[in-house]
Write a protein that binds this ligand. Structure first.
Ligand SMILES: [Zn+2]
Length: 484
């Protein structure tokens, strides 16, 4: 039963009924019948494992619960799409009809969440508006699932109609992939994402005849836009505040204050793109709920950290975006396993500015460590986010694992890094049934071959990914992608 789990130990199915047949049955017929029965038994089991009510008890695993707690030898009992019980392995026993999966030596973590990405534009062979389609959104979400992610927040660059179709299909379990959250984008008229991205976002607006970016002109008009967004059923707003290094106009404070106030009154959440830490105090005071680019450095110290913590505002440091685009990530087998040789060639040493070990500015590194420490010491919720998809070749899912490595390099414990990518992300994105291994939560989890608490890079040692209690067929996804 390797189907359920990419593990060396086969699943033990306890109750197989033996079939007796009349001896007169022809040998040929006998073989055919046995073949058919075996095939239907397999289908039945596969169907049950897809979350049609079958109970599975995972035993003897290290369970990292997502909130900082760990059960060293625990069991998790799932029924259909939900986690039903969690406990020490001694305390949970299988009942009749339960499939038991022994995970001795393995670790289970909640499915990861990317709190900042841009879905739809990165295709298998190119980046741009031409890729934005239902099919490509699903492909991107499957890539997230492959890498152990259960949800992704796409930050203000999506056509709401297409996104909603995908969300509906996911909710109906027609598809098994990471969940997709979207935001309405807000900025001065005709602005928003970086200049390259802006052209493509506007092209998708035109092609889909929907609004992605809302231009803000006056406080009254900004409030009306927030009300319209709420009426459409979108729960998040992405606000571009900075001037993108002088290439765009900065959003006036009166406008972001109006947006934040109206959004808070209606229960919408406002996440901000800001260039500098100096912009953060007034945005926090205005009622913003999170920052999608941490801008760690000298200017983000104790004072802002305390303000963030007291206001329960999260920060996505988003550090890999700068680093990984200079690295020859095509040499990394963890990425190589899903890319065709053609795609890989653009990510090898010598392609663009890529080198195997890009040099880092030592002084900047110390400054970032201090700033990161200030956030952690003040108890600010750091949330994992990558900005994957905002630029070409910043791959979905893969970059999340690399970001976790950066978090630990800058001073987080591996356990804190995993919390940033699970419980912290789920709370701030209002994913109320995700981010924890806890009864009542969705059975979204990753089984790892090695312990990530010893080395955070072990989040890449993925044995299996389950979303809503159903295993992701990672081998099939790999075949689909590598053959392209
Ligand atoms: Zn972004």
């Amino acid at each position: 039963m390797v189907y359920y789990l990419e593990t060396k130990e086969p699943l033990k199915v306890s109750s197989v009924n033996y079939i007796t047949l009349h001896p007169a049955i022809h040998r040929f017929f006998w073989h055919t019948l046995v073949g058919l029965l075996a095939a239907s038994l397999l289908l039945l089991l596969a169907d049950r494992a897809r979350g049609q009510g079958q109970s599975v008890l995972f035993t003897n695993a290290r369970l990292i619960l997502g909130d900082g707690n760990v059960i060293e030898r625990g069991s998790m009992y799932i029924e259909g799409a939900s986690i039903v019980a969690i406990g020490e392995s001694d305390a949970l026993a299988a009942t009749a009809g339960t499939i038991t999966v022994d995970l001795l030596g393995k670790t289970v973590i909640p499915a990861l969440i990317d709190g900042h990405a841009h879905l739809g534009y990165q295709g298998r062979t190119s980046w741009g508006a031409e890729n934005y389609s239902q099919e490509n959104l699903i492909d991107n979400l499957e890539q997230y699932a492959y890498y152990g992610f259960g949800a992704v927040f796409s930050a203000g660059s999506d056509a709401p109609g297409l996104a909603k179709t995908v969300q509906t299909r996911l909710a109906a379990r027609e598809l098994n992939a990471a969940r997709m959250l979207i935001a309405a984008g807000m900025a001065p008229p005709g602005q928003g994402p970086n200049d390259q991205f802006l052209t493509h976002a506007l092209a998708v607006e035109q092609a889909t005849r929907t609004r992605i970016l809302w231009g803000l002109e006056s406080p009254e008009q900004a409030r009306a836009a927030v009300r319209e967004i709420q009426a459409q059923g979108t729960q998040f707003i992405k606000l571009w505040v900075d001037d993108r290094g002088g290439s765009q106009q900065k959003l006036p404070a009166a406008l972001y204050r109006a947006v934040a106030e109206e959004a808070n009154a209606l229960g919408l959440r406002v996440f901000v793109h800001q260039q500098f830490a100096e912009d953060m105090p007034d945005l926090i005071a205005a009622g913003a709920h999170g920052f999608l680019h941490g801008r760690l450095g000298r200017t983000l110290g104790e004072a802002i950290a305390t303000q963030l913590s007291e206001a329960n505002v999260f920060v996505v440091p988003n550090l890999g975006l700068g680093e990984l685009r200079r690295e020859a990530i095509g040499e990394d087998p963890f990425l190589g396993q899903i890319l065709s040789s053609n795609l890989l060639s653009g990510l090898l040493p010598g392609a663009g500015q890529r080198t195997l070990q890009p040099t880092r500015d030592a002084a900047l590194e110390v400054e970032q460590q201090d700033s990161f420490k200030a956030l952690i010491d003040a108890g600010v919720d750091v949330v994992l986010g990558t900005d994957a998809g905002a630029v070409p070749d910043h791959p979905f899912g893969y970059t999340g694992h690399r970001e976790l490595e950066i978090f630990v390099r800058l001073g987080m414990s591996p356990l804190q890094a995993i919390t940033a990518a699970t419980h912290n992300a789920a709370r701030h994105l209002q994913l109320d049934d995700m981010g924890l291994l806890q009864p009542g939560y969705s059975a979204d989890f990753v089984i790892l071959d090695e312990n990530p608490l010893q080395d955070i890079r072990n989040t890449r040692r993925i044995s299996a990914v389950y979303l809503k209690g159903t295993p992701i067929d990672r081998a099939a996804l790999q075949r689909k992608w590598v053959s392209r």
